[in-house]
Structure formats: C-alpha cells, structure tokens
Design a protein around this ligand. Structure first.
Ligand code: HEC
Length: 191
C-alpha cells in the first residue's frame, strides 16, 4: 500500500518533467509536413464549436440579393481566394498549409455539400470576424466592415446555389478587374 502511494506521488511529480523534456528534446510536430498530434482535430474542434454555439450571431441583417452577393464576391476575391481558392481553381499554396484552408467552392470529398454552404451564415460570420487560432485563418473584424463580413458569409452560405452571373464570374476569377481609379492631376500653380 505504502509503495503504491509512493509510486503515484512520484508519477505525479515526474509527469510534468516528462512533458517538458518531450517539448525540449522530443520532436513535437512543428513543421507543416509533420503528422498531426493524436486527436489534434478533435481537441481543437470541440472548444471552437462550443464557443461559436455560445456566441452565434443571429440572422444576417440583409437579403442574399444580387447586390449583396456581388459585393460578397468582391470581398472573397480580394481577401479570401488567395487561401481558399477560386471556384474551379485551387489556391496554389493551400495544400502546403497545416491545417489546410478548405476549398469553399468545391464539394466535400465524401458528400455533395459545397464548402460551408451547410453552415448557418452566422457561424461563418463568427469565423471570419474572429479568425481561428493557430490555423492561419485571419480575423477580419478590424479590416472588413460588419456589412462586408455578412456579405461574404451570405455568399458562402449560397455556394451550392446558382449565383448572379457577375458574382459567379468574380468567384471563378474570370471577371475583368475593376478599372484603376481615375488619376486626378492637380494643376501646377502658376507663380
Ligand atoms: C492566410 C490564409 C487564409 C485567408 C486569407 C482566409 N482564410 Fe479562411 N481559413 C484558413 C484556414 C487555414 C482555415 C482552416 C481552419 C481550421 O482548420 O480550423 C480556414 C477556415 C475558414 C472557414 C471555416 C471552414 C470550415 O469548414 O468550417 C471559413 C468559413 C473561412 N475560412 C472563410 C474565410 C473567408 C470568408 C475569408 C476572407 C474574408 C478567409 N477565410 C480568408 C485560411 C485563410
């Protein structure tokens, strides 16, 4: 009995040192090519889901009409496509990130669901506004307006439905870029 208790106490004292030693001299995964830790996905997904469920924003303050979908497509082209890819054209570096940014315009590997079209727009709004820690998914609440975040979230919720032609051309990366702003030259002052 005494030896068992001694063993348990010794184990409790040594466990944190063993963990520290593993961090210091073991080879915890730090490179993109390293295999994931056991249950890494589950461990990071559970708290994220719980947090979003607690803070889930309500319904979008706008309709998924042509103007909002097209504005959302412009936000997508400018801020998101670099990682999440265009419709039919994957991001060139997504496959070399860990975790990989999902292709938001393509069907999931084993189902007909396109991107995050099965998530409520409020859930996507939360992820875009707050970002996802340790994944490379940025928080956009300081760089996009509330309206822009809703517009791109609505667009992604409709990724499995027919889009207005202009919005579709933008998310396929085939719409001509907007013309550069007109250069206004200030007339030189005559002395
Ligand atoms: C620098 C790369 C990068 C940029 C730019 C980026 N994302 Fe992400 N995004 C990621 C990564 C990586 C993930 C995967 C996170 C994870 O596995 O939990 C992700 C995840 C997401 C998810 C969750 C997907 C899911 O299956 O739950 C959504 C939605 C999303 N991004 C939307 C956007 C939108 C909208 C923009 C532009 C406003 C954007 N992202 C810009 C890298 C990026």
């Amino acid at each position: 009995m005494g030896r068992t208790i001694f063993g348990v106490i010794l184990g409790l004292i040594l466990a944190p040192f063993a963990l520290l030693a593993w961090f210091q001299w073991g080879h915890p995964p730090v490179a993109v090519a390293d295999p994931p830790l056991p249950m890494e996905r589950q461990i990071t997904q559970v708290p994220l889901k719980a947090r979003i469920a607690r803070e889930l924003p309500g319904n979008p303050p706008m309709q998924a009409d042509e103007a909002n979908l097209t504005a959302g497509a412009q936000v997508y082209r400018d801020q998101c496509a670099v990682c999440h890819g265009f419709h039919g054209r994957p991001s060139s570096f997504a496959a070399h990130m860990f975790p990989e940014p999902p292709a938001l315009w393509e069907k999931h590997a084993n189902s007909d669901v396109v991107g995050v079209s099965d998530d409520p727009p409020g859930e996507t709004y939360w992820k875009v506004a707050n970002g996802i820690r340790l994944t490379g998914m940025p928080a956009f609440k300081d760089t996009l307006t509330d309206t822009q975040i809703w517009q791109v979230s609505l667009l992604l919720a409709n990724a499995d439905k027919p889009l207005p032609p202009q919005a579709l051309a933008i998310v396929m990366g085939v719409a001509p870029a907007a013309p550069p702003p007109e250069v206004v030259t200030v007339p030189e002052k005559k002395h």
